[in-house]
Design a protein around this ligand. Structure first.
Ligand code: NAP
Length: 167
């Protein structure tokens, strides 16, 4: 089963500032919604808490080391490996949806990367991980004009991914 990642970053690679996303771009979230609707989102505990709810129309799996962390609105897993296994059982498209720690952990295992680059130099302290573009092929690119312009790109991995977490 293919695993995708979906993220938005600034020109300087920022994805977050503390627990917030440091920009507001009209309609940019629509793209996220359209791509992920009906699927399963895997996210870190900090991202889940910062969103404050499970997003409608999607299953949510949260990764946390804290055995006491729970929510009625998501499944909590102790590792990425367990999260992938649980997501596979749901038999829906799987999207790794952040934040910085989880993107870094999951990047070696994803087949598809959906990434929007917001055309701004943002201030923040959470970065998208180093993205080895040589391992990926750019399949799709669309430019959007908005309150801040942004470019959506979809990359597919060239080679077989490591089978450590093969699902
Ligand atoms: N721009 C975007 O597309 C985008 C998307 C999503 C999020 N964000 C932003 O990203 C920021 C949050 O990212 P973040 O890096 O601070 O946190 P995060 O990746 O959302 O969550 C980190 C948490 O995940 C759990 N975790 C991490 N590695 C683990 C492992 N190996 N095993 C088990 N659990 C593990 C831990 O939870 P416990 O502490 O509970 O153990 C850790 O504190 C926010 O600013 C958010 O707004 C941006």
């Amino acid at each position: 089963m293919n695993i995708s990642m979906i993220a938005a970053r600034s020109l300087n690679g920022i994805i977050g500032s503390g627990d917030k996303i440091p920009w507001k771009v009209r309609d940019e979230q629509r793209l996220f919604k359209k791509i992920t609707m009906g699927g399963t989102l895997i996210m870190g505990r900090k991202t889940f808490v910062s969103i404050g709810k499970a997003l409608p129309g999607r299953d949510t799996i949260v990764i946390s080391r804290n055995k006491n962390f729970s929510s009625d609105h998501c499944k909590v897993c102790p590792s990425l490996q367990v999260a992938f296994a649980e997501a596979k059982k749901l038999a829906k498209s799987i999207f790794v949806a952040g934040g910085g720690e989880i993107y870094k952990l999951a990047l070696p295992f994803v087949k598809t990367v959906h990434i929007s680059t917001i055309e701004t130099q943002a201030q923040g302290d959470i970065y998208f991980p180093d993205f080895p573009t040589k391992d990926f092929i750019l399949i799709e690119e669309r430019k959007f004009e908005s309150t801040i312009n942004y470019i959506y790109q979809r990359f597919e991995r060239r080679n077989q991914i490591t089978n450590l977490y093969k699902t």
